[in-house]
Design a binder for this molecule. Structure first.
Ligand SMILES: *Cc1c(COP(=O)(O)O)cnc(C)c1O
Length: 485
């Protein structure tokens, strides 16, 4: 129950109608739905009430200014009118960043998205015969050509691929996995839990650091259906370690009539050590070594849309396609359009290295990055005269469940502010700006890493940094919902 003085204060709060007819707020109406503007006004009136009551408790004088409230309504409406999911500039240096949507798509993939998404498509129509087709056939043949597989199918993501493969091959039966490979990826993906959900029974063998082919052999019994190998894509055990080779496990599986499932994780299409990156398993390499089913993601090293790719023996792929769970994990036309266009680039390795953004970013030489950093630093010095700007060498992770312990040499621009402004608030102002830039903070500097900046995005970083000048948003109190514009 508000006190007497509170009643007096609360009478100062304008009504919704009063604010709506304020010229600044009325100006919003031609460009925004009335309901949105009303929602903005209500939010600001509520906030005003709370803030008045809060201040009356601390006995601070309070006065409500209608013009200031109208300005706040404008900011609130502008924030609500923006899409929540939007493009950001990745200046973190982490090329495959799950929080930032993993792989950026190639121009060719974007063209395919527009072509297929803007109208109707032959998603499940064979244009030749006019009969019903199968949606994943648009990419299956290409996947077979690129990997040497007999058959292929695509599902929603690699987690779905794993669950489906295990359910189709081993429901109610045992699957042997090394204790060194019982992985957890972020976002509640734990292999033992996925295995349980699939209906397969996990049979752990070996130890965390050493598992030999013999450990697998001893665990085989009449209930065994498969051996599963899992790439430890986000950590590495080093030191006294041993892990059976894929070829050894394939030989063992063949002798006992078991299926060898290989989850290669990052979905590389070729041996990326050719890019001066540490070796990662790739689809064709695993099939050549004798795996029966190989699983990987579409949006990690492959550089395409989110997808789970399964390649392998025809009868196994057929049983996955026939599985009733298949429909629950099926991919949409936009995924297939972007994936097919991405895969087509891999017909020519040089083309892929140039046009698949993930590969192009990872393939940048240190000299190229240093050059980009020097040029960007020069431009930022001009727009941020108050800041100390330097181009430096650094190390950054590839990220995204690929190349776990691999730190690549990179080049960065460090921003230090002499006015001692709070870096956390400054980074937040950059994230909320237009364009939105996600940078990292290290020690006393804001760090813009060139490794993950797409060609030409330097312009966007300059634009975003320009807005830091005199932006009082950088000093906004925590919890303040205003977004700088
Ligand atoms: C990333 C990863 C997964 C999960 O893949 P999603 O496509 O994100 O579902 C599964 N296994 C391994 C080894 C991975 O690296």
């Amino acid at each position: 129950m508000p006190r007497q003085t509170d009643q007096h204060l609360l009478r100062q709060i304008p009504s919704v109608d009063q604010l709506l007819s304020h010229p600044t707020v009325a100006d919003l109406l031609p460009d925004h739905p009335r309901a949105l503007v009303v929602q903005g006004v209500r939010a600001i009136v509520d906030r005003c009430r709370e803030s008045l009551l809060g201040r009356s408790q601390s006995n601070q004088p309070a006065a409500v200014q209608l013009d200031a409230l109208a300005d706040e309504v404008c900011l609130a409406v502008a924030a609500m009118a923006r899409r929540s999911l939007r493009g950001v500039v990745n200046a973190t240096g982490v090329v495959l960043h799950t929080g930032l949507g993993r792989a950026p798509l190639s121009g060719q993939a974007i063209e395919a998205l527009i072509d297929v998404g803007a109208g109707y498509s032959n998603l499940e129509l064979d244009l030749d015969s006019g009969r019903r087709g199968r949606r994943t056939d648009h990419v299956a043949e290409l996947l077979c050509q690129l990997t040497g597989a007999q058959a292929a199918v695509v599902v929603n993501n690699n987690a779905a691929a794993t669950l489906l493969a295990l359910n189709a091959v081993a429901a109610g039966r045992e699957v042997i996995v090394s204790r060194g490979q019982l992985i957890e990826i972020g976002g509640s993906y734990r292999l033992p839990d996925v295995m349980a959900a699939s209906g397969a029974i996990l049979r752990e063998v070996g130890t965390t650091n050493r598992t030999r082919a013999d450990d697998y052999a001893k665990a085989i019994n009449e209930r065994t259906a498969a051996i599963m190998q899992v790439h430890t894509s986000n950590y590495k055990v080093v030191g006294f370690v041993e892990q059976a080779a894929t070829a050894e496990l394939a030989e063992l599986a063949r002798r006992h009539d078991l299926v060898l499932i290989d989850d290669i994780g990052s979905g590389a299409m070729f041996d990326v050590s050719a890019l001066d990156l540490p070796a990662e398993p790739w689809f064709g390499g695993s099939l050549d070594a004798g795996a029966d089913l190989v699983l990987g993601s579409g949006d990690k090293l492959l550089g395409g849309p989110q997808a789970g790719i399964i390649v392998g023996r025809t009868e196994l792929i057929d049983s996955i396609v026939a599985n009733p769970l298949m429909r629950t994990y099926r991919v949409g036309k936009l995924t297939l359009a972007a994936l097919e266009a991405t895969l087509m680039l891999y017909r020519d390795r040089q083309e892929a290295l140039k046009s698949v953004p993930t590969l192009a970013l990872l393939g940048q030489s240190h000299e190229q990055l240093q050059q980009r950093a020097r040029l960007l630093a020069d431009r930022l010095r001009q727009v941020l005269p108050e800041a100390q700007v330097s181009a430096d060498d650094d190390l950054a992770y590839v990220g995204g469940g690929a190349l776990p312990v691999c730190q690549l040499p990179t080049a960065v621009v460090r921003l230090r502010f002499k006015d001692g402004r709070n870096l956390t608030d400054t980074a937040r102002a950059l994230r909320l700006g237009r364009p939105a830039v996600v940078a990292r903070i290290a020690e006393d500097a804001l760090v813009v890493d060139l490794r993950s900046l797409l060609p030409g995005q330097e312009d966007l970083v300059v634009q975003a940094c320009e807005q830091l000048n005199g932006a009082d948003s950088a000093a906004a109190p925590p919890g303040d919902q205003r977004s700088p514009t």
